[in-house]
Design a binder for this molecule. Structure first.
Ligand SMILES: Nc1nc2c(ncn2[C@@H]2O[C@H](COP(=O)(O)OP(=O)(O)OP(=O)(O)O)[C@@H](O)[C@H]2O)c(=O)[nH]1
Ligand SMILES: [Mg+2]
Length: 197
């Protein structure tokens, strides 16, 4: 089962994926990094190291698709969940070619994903939702199971942002989340299991 984790830059996609892996009990993550020519390199890293390396306050930290493989147990059955951490998508077209290319990878991923987790940064309050978010909210339910994750709920401004997300994004499922504290992870896991394909 594959789930795409998408959103604007800096919304917390990478921190969510890594901390969700830790929540599922993993100390080490196996990550397939897909480069721009489609070549895949496998890395096996402690979660803490991956966090230091891949999570950044600067936007456009993730420029490749990173497939994080997570073994999950459902009763006696062991299954694999692959979370696809994707480059953030801007509202406009950026000048830097590497960023444009990375954004295209994300858009292509969305078109063939059976499960889409859409992160927004609720702590940006009035700016929590942008044009890309609205487009994605209109399109994603046509291609797969879809949930909006309103992230950074541990920050004070996020309450206002959450209200705005509720008002502006017509998502069937909205989960308040903190990739930092783990709030909402249980609900995300239940959502993924409900839609296991
Ligand atoms: N307080 C708080 N900070 C968060 C949370 N999630 C992410 N951050 C911070 O937000 C910044 C961006 O996090 P990333 O996980 O790198 O964001 P991203 O969406 O992967 O960014 P790109 O790869 O550039 O698209 C980092 O400084 C994180 O520590 C959260 O739930 N709460
Ligand atoms: Mg990232």
């Amino acid at each position: 089962m594959e789930a795409a984790v998408v959103g604007r830059p800096n919304t917390g996609k990478t921190l969510f994926v890594l901390n969700f892996a830790a929540y599922l009990g993993l100390a080490t993550v196996a990550v397939d990094v897909v480069d721009s020519d489609g070549r895949v390199s496998r890395r096996q890293w402690p979660v803490a190291r991956a966090r230091r390396q891949w999570v950044s306050p600067l936007p456009h930290r993730t420029l490749h698709l990173q497939r994080i493989r997570l073994p999950v147990a459902a009763g006696k059955v062991r299954r694999e969940l692959v979370l696809i951490d994707s480059p953030g998508v801007l509202d406009g077209i950026p000048a830097a070619e590497a960023v444009r290319h990375a954004m295209a990878l994300t858009l292509e991923t969305v078109t063939h994903s059976s499960l889409i987790l859409h992160l927004v940064d609720a702590s940006r309050a009035e700016a929590a939702v942008g044009p890309f978010d609205r487009e994605l909210a209109a399109y994603a339910p046509l291609v797969g199971a879809y949930a909006v994750l309103a992230n950074k709920m541990d920050l004070p401004a996020a309450q206002a942002g959450l209200a705005r997300v509720r008002r502006l994004l017509p998502a069937p499922v909205l989960i308040p989340l903190s990739a930092r504290t783990g709030r909402g992870f249980r609900e995300v896991k239940a959502f993924v299991f409900r839609h296991w394909a």
